[in-house]
Design a protein. Structure first.
Length: 358
């Protein structure tokens, strides 16, 4: 059985998928970024738990307002959260780059392309959606196209113009729907990733996220609740998000520090990465040796002194370095005498061989 999909969805490349494109634009994606898969799974799990809890609250308790008002309120909350994240990100990046070492500032400034791309894509999508909505509204109210003049030109011209107008409006509505979906998903991902500040450094999202969620919690206290839930359930739901995000951020900072050695001091360039690296010693210039000495010819020694003959019975003369009164130890009898060799036998008168006897 052929299970391959056919039609327009199969023909479109994956890069045109608004969900994938939004995640690719809004999520931190620096190649050499230190990312812990366990932390990423926990963050995704926390997000899905929040979505499921929000859906359960909407279905379990009666709505405090109409569905349209709640939807518009959620969109306003997303816009306010993006504004808070943007302001907090700008302040945090300015302080972080300003306090970092001079050798690291250029590196961090070059990494600002990631947050700039996310912010630019969201602003561009929002601008296209707003401009398209205004243009389509004016087209539907016949404020741009002179339909009366076209009708006066004849029925055929009016029918052709109306057909082209309907096709163009359908295509524009489809494009605006895709752009709006991309912008909304990108805004949600950018809100969770704090506008890709993780591309600048891994610690920045964990430092900015608690401030963002607690700011949204304070704003939610001034707004009316979306559902008519008991106060215990309502405040438990409102506090669950900030507390879980704060606990996860603290754990992420500790894990990056203990497992990967990523600390705030090393990020600012205040200490070496390994902590044991010592500066190399500065050796002085090598000594300049002079030329080798020129040795003269070897001395010519003369013949040594001959033996000293001492008459019998007189003391021997002193040797160099010998003190007077030095007693020569007694020698054993016969010391110094030479034994005479035994006389060789006289040669035989018969030569080397004895005479032959018959």
């Amino acid at each position: 059985m052929n299970t391959r999909r056919t039609g327009l969805p199969a023909a479109l490349p994956s890069s045109l998928n608004p969900f994938r494109a939004a995640v690719a634009i809004a999520a931190a994606s620096r190649p050499d970024r230190v990312g812990d898969p366990i932390v990423q799974r926990l963050q995704s799990g926390r997000t899905w738990v929040g979505v499921v809890a929000s859906g359960w609250m909407l279905f379990a308790y009666p709505l405090a307002a109409s569905g349209q008002d709640i939807l518009l309120g959620k969109l306003v909350d997303v816009l306010i959260g993006c504004g808070i994240a943007l302001v907090a990100g700008v302040i945090a990046l300015s302080v972080f780059i300003g306090m970092s070492d001079v050798s690291l500032r250029a590196v961090y400034v070059r990494r600002l392309t990631g947050p700039g791309t996310a912010l630019g894509a969201i602003l561009l999508g929002a601008g296209v959606c707003a401009a398209g909505a205004v243009l389509m509204t004016k087209l539907l109210h016949a404020e741009i196209i002179p339909w009366a003049d076209i009708r006066a030109a004849g029925n055929l011209a009016w029918l052709l113009s109306f057909f082209v107008f309907v096709i163009a409006m359908l295509i524009a509505a489809l494009v605006l729907g895709v752009v709006a979906l991309f912008t909304l998903v990108a805004a949600v991902h950018a809100l969770n990733c704090c506008f890709r500040v993780g591309d600048v450094h891994e610690l920045l999202p964990a430092l900015i996220s608690p401030f963002l969620v607690w700011s949204l919690f304070v704003l939610s206290l001034f707004d009316g609740p979306d559902v008519a839930a008991p106060p215990l359930v309502l405040y438990t739901f409102l506090l669950g998000g900030p507390l879980s995000v704060t606990a996860l951020s603290v754990w992420e900072i500790r894990r990056l520090n203990g497992r990967y050695g990523v600390t705030l001091r090393s990020a600012l360039g205040r200490e070496p990465d390994d902590g044991e690296r010592q500066p190399e010693p500065q050796w002085g210039p090598e000594p300049q040796w002079g030329p080798e000495p020129q040795w003269g010819p070897e001395p010519q020694w003369g013949p040594g002194p001959g033996p000293v003959l001492v008459p019998e019975g007189e003391p021997a003369p002193l040797m160099p370095g010998q003190t007077p009164g030095y007693a020569i130890p007694a020698q054993p009898p016969g010391y110094g005498t030479t034994s005479s060799p035994s006389p060789s036998p006289s040669p035989s008168p018969y030569g080397a061989y004895p005479p032959h006897s018959s």
